[in-house]
Design a binder for this molecule. Structure first.
Ligand code: HEM
Length: 239
């Protein structure tokens, strides 16, 4: 167990962090140095003002009406997934530092049950959305359009979420212990607290992090960079 956690939840996190930052820097450099198209790439209807263009970019990126019109069910699951992922991301910030105000407002018990409910709901919604995506590519007409990368990314996401949910629903490790581990990584003095190493979810944390690391390493080179590129791509659409 100690070796597994050392590889996945200490060394692996540093390797993934370096590859992710360097990979994203390389991506942004590539985008920035690609010559601008001499042809205008905008599509009608185009807003007349710059404010209108920015509003359209935000709408196209965060509401994606084009997707809703083409495949409404897929759009619904994508919305659910992204909102739940945002909630889970905000929850994960607790690993860096405890939230201000909330714990004193809710009390320790209240904070634990709020985190339990919010994290649990977000985790289940993300799991359902990814299961829908896997089914959509496995059984429907989209099977023919799917390439191995599509399944690989979904499998990584599924692994991350299942292991996160396992910790959330079956673990008894307190957020403070996870925070101690994560802060120790940030301070470059890594150590995994005994409460995690000896718990029933040490393996789940290790496997959560194994998938997270693979996901982060692959991210800059995968189609998921759309998360960063879609804003500028949508801006060009109204050029
Ligand atoms: C550096 C990156 C990450 C770290 C250190 C991390 C760590 C953790 C920890 C410690 C938990 C257990 C929380 C608890 O039970 O109190 C957890 C839960 C979870 N994680 Fe992560 N995680 C990371 C990235 C991700 C990513 C990229 C995703 C999804 C794409 C994800 C999805 C989840 C889900 C769905 C849960 C269960 C629900 C929840 O508690 O929010 N995690 N994670």
């Amino acid at each position: 167990m100690d070796t597994y956690l050392q590889i996945t939840s200490v060394i692996g996190v540093y390797v993934a962090g370096v590859v992710f930052v360097a990979g994203m820097a390389w991506r942004v450099y590539q985008w920035a140095t690609t010559p601008k198209s001499p042809v205008r790439l905008g599509m009608f209807p185009k807003p007349a003002t710059r404010g209108g263009r920015i509003a359209k970019m935000l709408k196209d990126t965060f509401i994606a009406p084009q997707s809703a019109a083409i495949e409404p069910r897929m759009w619904l699951f994508a919305m659910v997934f992204h909102v739940a992922a945002l909630a889970a991301f905000i929850g994960h910030l607790r690993l860096v530092q405890e939230f201000p105000v909330l714990p004193s407002l809710l009390g320790e018990e209240g904070m634990n049950s709020f985190a339990g409910w919010a994290g649990g709901i977000a985790g289940v919604l993300m799991m359902v959305a990814v299961m829908y995506w896997i089914a959509r590519r496995t059984f429907g007409p989209f099977k023919n359009l799917s390439v191995p990368e599509d399944y690989l990314l979904l499998a990584l996401l599924f692994g991350i979420i299942i292991m996160g949910n396992h910790m959330r629903f079956f673990g008894h490790v307190h957020a403070a212990e996870y925070r101690e581990w994560f802060q120790s990584l940030l301070l470059l003095k890594p150590h995994v607290p005994d409460a995690i190493r000896t718990s029933n979810v040490g393996w789940s944390l290790g496997t959560h992090m194994l998938f997270v690391n693979l996901f982060l390493i692959y991210f800059p080179f995968s189609k998921l960079v759309h998360a960063v590129g879609s804003l500028s791509a949508n801006f060009v659409r109204s050029e």
